[in-house]
Ligand binder design. Sequence first.
Ligand SMILES: [Zn+2]
Length: 123
Amino acid sequence: MNKVEIICQNCKQDTLLKREPIYDGFNKIGTKFVCASCGFIFKNEESISFKISKNKKSIFNNEDYIKQKKIFDEDENNQLCRYCSFYLINPFTQYCSIHKKEVEATDTCDKFEKSSAKKNDIL
Ligand SMILES: [Zn+2]
């Protein structure tokens, strides 16, 4: 691999790195790291800002956001205690008449039975 994607620290370009051999006479004595855009010579490989691969950049894409929305919009949202026919509410407590215990309006359970009367909050 002779060329690598970099962000040049000198010209700030999204560019490529050129590796050029340094010769002393006929002997290769090292490698020169040069910006393909501006010709800036980097001191060493460690000082170069290599570009992070595009695949690693975003763990969460648009699809993930859509999935999360769907879960929230599903029927589960309608199976809350507050919409259930067993849910009783008075100024002191919210009560489930089937489990005989206090519940929260946002609770949910498998005994849910949709109440036709409880479309609005009863205060
Ligand atoms: Zn440059």
